[in-house]
Write a protein that binds this ligand. Sequence first.
Ligand code: XMP
Length: 516
Amino acid sequence: TVLVVDFGAQYAQLIARRVRECHVYSEIVPSTMPVEEMLAKKPKAIILSGGPSSVYAEGAPQADSALFETGVPTFGICYGFQAMVQSLGGAVARTGHSEFGRTRLDVVGDTVLFKGLPEQQSVWMSHGDSVAEAPEGFRVIGSTAGTPVAAIENPERGLYGVQFHPEVLHSEHGQAVLRHFLYEGAGCRPNWTMVNIVEEQVERIRAQVGSKRVICGLSGGVDSAVAAALVQRAVGDQLTCVFVDHGLLRKGEAEQVEKDFVAATGVSLKVVDAQERFLDALAGATDPEDKRKIIGREFIRVFEQAAREVVAEAGESDESVEFLVQGTLYPDIVESGGGTGTANIKSHHNVGGLPDDLQFQLVEPLRELFKDEVRRVGEELGLPAEMVWRQPFPGPGLGIRIIGEVTRERLDILREADAIAREELSRAGLDRDIWQCPVVLLADVRSVGVQGDGRTYGHPVVLRPVTSEDAMTADWARVPYDVLATISNRITNEVREINRVTLDVTSKPPGTIEWE
Ligand code: XMP
């Protein structure tokens, strides 16, 4: 394990991911964790993340000086670098001028961190204070115009530090610097691979579940599919998956779950066709939050009923159903306050809130993984690519992409238009550039058009392609005009009820990604 000590910056998760991209397992711990406790995790290396802009700032987290006496190779980044310097008797100066953004760094080549890398490289800086003097015994191995001491190392003591952010892509050779620290500086081996992750999780699931039965709700999304596939790999027929078909998925997605996923995993699947029920419940609802509530409520009711049936079928034998699979990811755990304790089930999570008399223990085989790792585990397990690489899709599905009342006919129209947009964006190779592209049906709006010899009076759809890192903010994607033209032509030609295609060019904020 490599510990990434989080000094409260947004960079700790990114560092942890970069370490794992070097095939070394990493875990984030808060800077308040006692050093003893960190050592109990037997780390091969410790990385101190960036943090607030100044070690002198009020309430700035302190680095325990014991951190640098552990004998465990340690790498300080940005704030972590300054904290290291300060603790070891160097000097951090409040220079008053800050460096921010892309900066040229001059490095010494015959060093652990920079061996084999160009002597001039572009790095990403974001700091106020600067290190004025390296602690005794350290060699200064990098500098910029504004920061004479921008990188230091002391290989004998296993201590390294850089002012820049090697974890961001703007730092040209950042990943190599990190890799050099891990492999050369700390002797880590690249053994965190997808094969190992799968084997380890399979072992753990077996140990946790024993001969009991497990239930898992599939949503059509990546996380529940990969979690289910892992559990299936571990305990086979002890797992029953439940798929509630609420009729709000996109074209082909229900079939993907019912056919492709089952074929790939051999999972035993209970499909509940609840399309009528959801349509009935949604009849007359037009307010977005009402729709969400209705869909959430119905989902839990249907899932609960299915779960009772699975439990009843298993009976009171040794093989009673005692476990529920959840697709909780590592960022959910970190964000809810650290690596221990029970997971908090997000309110929009599809299978939260089961009643008390259905008590399950949770199986969370993805709780150590980042999203990109979940996808690669999915590939390793042979899941369909469309499922593994599916872009984010809201739990309430197409229900919140029809502006107005949700009806079967409107769902069918939207499904067709959405399928065309997805197909053309994929054909243009844009899947990985675009975060997601809602297609929104303005069901209560009509517009006049002309097609063939006749006047039409149909509905507009809105294309909402966005780029984003995390859905918190987003920009409208600059999809090439010819791709937009193809999508527009095809939708207006192939979907009879749609005679107009519009493009949403609003960033988030002020617009949200979804229209409802
Ligand atoms: P907004 O529209 O808030 O969306 O910018 C941010 C991200 O969240 C997704 N989203 C939802 N996901 N239940 C979900 O599971 C919901 O009710 C919901 N509303 C929005 C949206 O697709 C985007 O990825």
